[in-house]
Ligand binder design. Sequence first.
Ligand SMILES: [Zn+2]
Length: 393
Amino acid sequence: MEFTPIAKCSVTNARVARMVLAHAETTLPTFMPVATQAAIKGLTAEQVESLGVTLILNNTYHLSLRPGVDILKEAGGAHKFEGWRHNMLTDSGGFQLVSLSKFTTITEEGALFSSPFDGEPTMLTPEESISIQHAIGADIIMQLDDVGNLLQGPRVQEAMERSIRWLDRCIQHHESSGNKDKQNLFAIVQGGLDPNLRDECLDAMLERKDRVAGYAIGGLSGGEEKDVFWKIIKQCADKLPEDRPRYAMGIGFAEDLLVCVALGIDMADCVFPTRTARFGVALTHTGPLNLRLTKHAKDFNPIDKACPCPTCRDGTSRAFINHIITHETAAAHALTIHNIIISAHFLLDTLEIVVYPEWCVNALRSVGVDLLENMDVPVVPGGGAKWEYSDAA
Ligand SMILES: [Zn+2]
């Protein structure tokens, strides 16, 4: 990997960087759409490419179940299998195991789960996760981490310490393979919502800096208080090295993306923009719109006047989407395209927010931006999910 920071914001910690991987060059900051089953739902690889997306995320857990490692190896990796010419990142598979199967048990050896096909006990070890990601052939691969399943208590400390030990096993396995020069391993900082545990984890993982290509911040977006969320992101981003990309995992709401970039984050991913599109919800600069609602039946405006996506540029109206959303898959395609493009723009744009969530005001103050200076905008305490979904219910 070639990673070069190009410019830094004169006020906040936001930065622009160039990341050259085996398949393509990606300009950071970037939002990665998620291709759960080896495809961004509803779009072809060519369509995704035409949107200017150069880095997508594939789920290791899903790919390893179907089509499975053997077929991927025979196809020559997931790039060839999917017809995707640009960069790809895979997760370790661990998060899906814990979130999708209530029978997953974490031991020092790995994550023990029962196969969804035959119920047989199956173990995902750090080594096995890396081997699967080698077969997939993603440009960026993630360490297997212990995601824990509680936000507090002794389990968080255990999960953080185990994640460091598992990072060492992942590094060892990756370095002893022939894939070291083509694929780049990222470490995942854990430690829950406890700043001391985060600090301990950061120290340990920074000691391994020469053996990892980048750093991710894991264990957030689990419904924690937003003021806790941004403080952990800032703590990690401040301490992570300038010459490594910083990836905030599972972040995807408009204001979360904007705040994370201001705090120094380079990469983010979330299923939210593409998933919500399939339910008829368009993300816009002024908040989400549920285009299934009859109030949009005579609304001939584009989805978002400031959006450069093909759907908005073509003049497709909110009324038209409302008309076809329940019976034409074309509506979901059009909204998926729109939501991917606009999420990428949330990283760089100003949001025309009519009310400010208090946590956004606090987070941006920490990097020298006062949203309320010369502004008469109401501030809502908390903010976050309730505000985000105001029109999406
Ligand atoms: Zn659009």
